[in-house]
Design a binder for this molecule. Structure first.
Ligand code: SF4
Length: 319
């Protein structure tokens, strides 16, 4: 008798972005030659990958398909994404998996701290998925992660990149009380593009969130960023700069939007390096302590070096 085993699963694979599968393909223009990235194949990259996997961690570098991963991981700079790999929002630009996330991992703060130690990071960036399903939006988990890193790596400076905690009363205060060195919350785009690009968020809520951080603890550096190439006008970018300065935000990042899949928002335009240089110049005149504007600028790109410059810029002001 011959026994046949059917090894082909009949369970359908759940799409990464179920809400986008029926959308028509959005076609972006071909990438210009100024968008070039280093291939992820170095020894440093492999070491970083091993430490991330050994600690069972998720990184935004991988989940968002960041173009800088070859460069950053070679230097052991990984940005951890806490609270799982599944996001409760479904922004049109983002490659992070969407759906209903699982329960929080109580051991995750310790694992993040351990990985920070093993990678030897002097500056760590921690971000998260949106957790609209949790009563506090994950604020306490953020605070626990900050405290765990402080305990394991007391000299490491900590930067967090948070969701907007929309309709989560008291959540922001919990995170600020844990005293991160840098509080980053990205606006992502100009207000006129919110409905299409970031429909679950509210522009003025995000501005107010950043302003509240400074009101509660003026010693914390605040940071925010936008992507360009999503159909925004130049004057709208300049208005965003003014809005962020009204909220006393210290550090602005501007980078080129890149389309993760054809179901995501199309790239409307590749902004030239000269235009980025122009944005950087204007932003400094508007009073930001630090500005990073270039095609491959991302919130956490060169975050350690930028933090040192940010601190120096504040010190120079108080002399
Ligand atoms: S820029 Fe940020 S998200 Fe991208 S690879 Fe570097 S650390 Fe990761």
């Amino acid at each position: 008798m011959v026994v046949l085993v059917d090894t082909v699963s009949t369970t359908p694979v759940r799409p990464r972005h179920p809400e986008k599968v029926n959308r028509p393909d959005a076609l972006s223009p071909p990438k210009p030659d100024w968008i070039r990235v280093r291939a992820p194949n170095t020894r440093g990259y492999a070491d970083t990958r091993r430490i991330v996997k050994e600690n069972g961690l998720v990184t935004v570098c991988e989940e968002a398909g960041c173009p800088n991963i070859g460069e950053c991981w070679d230097k052991k700079h990984a940005t951890f994404m806490i609270m799982g790999d599944t996001c409760t929002r479904a922004c049109a630009f983002c490659n992070v998996k969407t759906g209903m996330p699982g329960a929080l991992d109580a051991a995750e703060p310790e694992h993040v701290a351990e990985a920070t130690f093993k990678l030897g990071l002097t500056h760590i960036v921690v971000t998260s998925v949106d957790r609209d399903d949790l009563a506090d939006g994950g604020a306490e988990h953020f605070a626990k992660t900050i405290r765990a890193i402080r305990a394991r790596c007391p000299t490491t400076t900590i930067e967090i990149l948070t969701p907007d905690f929309l309709r989560k009363e008291g959540a922001l205060e919990v995170v600020v009380a844990a005293k991160p060195d840098v509080f980053n919350h990205n606006l992502e785009t100009v207000p006129s593009r919110y409905l299409t690009v970031r429909p679950g968020a509210r522009y003025f809520h995000s501005i107010r969130l950043l302003q509240r951080v400074k009101e509660i603890d003026p010693t914390i550096f605040t940071k925010s960023g936008i992507m360009v190439g999503l159909g925004e006008e130049r004057h709208e970018v300049l208005q965003v700069m003014d809005d962020l300065r009204s909220a006393e935000v210290d550090f602005l990042t501007i980078g080129q939007y890149l389309q993760p899949t054809r179901k995501h928002h199309a790239v409307m335009r590749y902004v030239t390096p000269d235009e980025f240089a122009g944005y950087e110049k204007v932003a400094y005149t508007k009073g930001f302590l630090m500005v990073s504007a270039s095609p491959l600028t991302r919130s956490s790109h060169h975050a350690g070096e930028d933090f040192a410059r940010l601190r120096a810029a504040r010190a120079a002001l108080s002399r």
